[in-house]
Design a protein around this ligand. Sequence first.
Ligand code: NAD
Length: 496
Amino acid sequence: MADTYKNFINGEWSATASGGTFENRNPADPTDVIGVFPESGEEEINEAVKAARSAFQGWSHTPPPHRGEIIRKVGDILAARKDELARLATREMGKIVAETGGDVQEGIDCAYLFAGEGRRLFGETIPCEFANKFGMSIRRPIGVAGLITPWNFPMAIPTWKGFPALVAGNTLVLKAAEDSPATAVKLMEIFEEAGMPPGVVNLVHGHGPTAGAPLVKHPDVGVVSFTGSSETGRLIARECGGMLKRLSLEMGGKNAQIVMDDADLDLALEGALWGAFGTTGQRCTATSRLIVHKKIAGQLTDMLVERAKKLRVGNGLDDSTEMGPLVNEKQLGRVAGYCKIGVEEGAELILGGERGSGKLAKGAFFMPTVFRGVTRNMRIFQEEIFGPVVSITEIGDFDEAIETLNDSAYGLSSSIYTRDVNRAFKAVEDIDAGITYINGPTIGAEVQFPFGGNKNTGNGHREVGTVGLDVFTEWKAVYVDYSGKLQRAQIDTFEG
Ligand code: NAD
């Protein structure tokens, strides 16, 4: 019998009124049912938002250092249970345990970062035009935050949205991804154990159109923070735009690693392997394009294929596995479809392009895939695939490399391997992306830095870092005039 999980609303665990449920299965072994979850809809969203709305008064008036203290305890519990949580996340969405451990670690890092913000939440003091007048800016919470998250970072993303929202004094409703709901349940249990008051954090399970959409539309949700595909992001943006609702979007990527002819090729190879095949290519920051100088393209391609074909593909729970399955059969169909498109477009498929066979046949396994001869007009160069597929495009010089990298509708992560410091800094200046790595792969963000992207990747916001608070706070300018007289800004002048 599979475990039955519930929603977490107002500090209580509850099923849906209709009793509807959905199953979550292990993509490495579809006979392994992780659990049965409530198929929620508008009714449950309304209840959760109501609970969050009522809890807002108390929580927003709780001193921020105390709010931070609860978040710190959440971090401590995550740390104590890291291995168990990582294993559950691997069962849910497939990536190897070392990586789900990293995912939980990112949650821990976020907890400690934002716990500290409880004692900062800095505003500014700013000089005024007149004597006997004091000016400052302060952050205020918005109200109820609606968080909608994907499955590829089942712990990191809910926490990197949730902790800044909470420390700033907001309450929240999380609509977790339908492919990783159990990890979200564990997070709620941990909030409960850490002493979070009822209603401050709420979890509603369900699918996008039926549970996500009513959360976005709810008039009492003051801010929506979404991570997922650009298609869904567009729908949500339309809805929020009509309501003039604050919205942060983190969406797709088509990230590239440039390898110049002066690069350390062994290092560039390690970066490409990790960037392209880590998380089975299902990171928004995954290396999907390798832009390689023609002088070393042949050599690097051979090195890449040699190593990629030896990657151990299998169940992520097995410590020897280097690459797990895709998240589900639907995603596998999408990745296989792109491989077909690549071949039809005239790119040369030199490795993979097919699902796993033999022992791997029963799971959603797809083999590491490399295309070469990929040109900028091809769909596999332009569109997000979200799988273990990397395409190689040759360039002749640095300017062409940057132009090729920037030829994308997305602008999330980027990387350049070169030993030339001048070129490295020029790349930092000229690459149109939210993240640039020098001599490192396109994946590996740290929570104390702003995370997010340009162009179709985002809508101008950044997550985590200290700027991560901006999405969840409104600035208030405060003027205190203690002169005892009317001092008219821009009209009266200071007379000393
Ligand atoms: P998705 O857009 O299908 O789903 C994301 C979330 O949105 C899920 O919780 C889903 O239930 C919900 N949703 C779907 N339709 C909705 C609707 N109409 N209204 C409200 N909510 C709705 O994306 P996915 O397949 O889960 O994740 C993969 C995508 O996420 C990729 O494109 C990837 O690049 C992107 N991603 C981006 C980042 C980033 O920070 N930029 C990080 C991770 C993943």
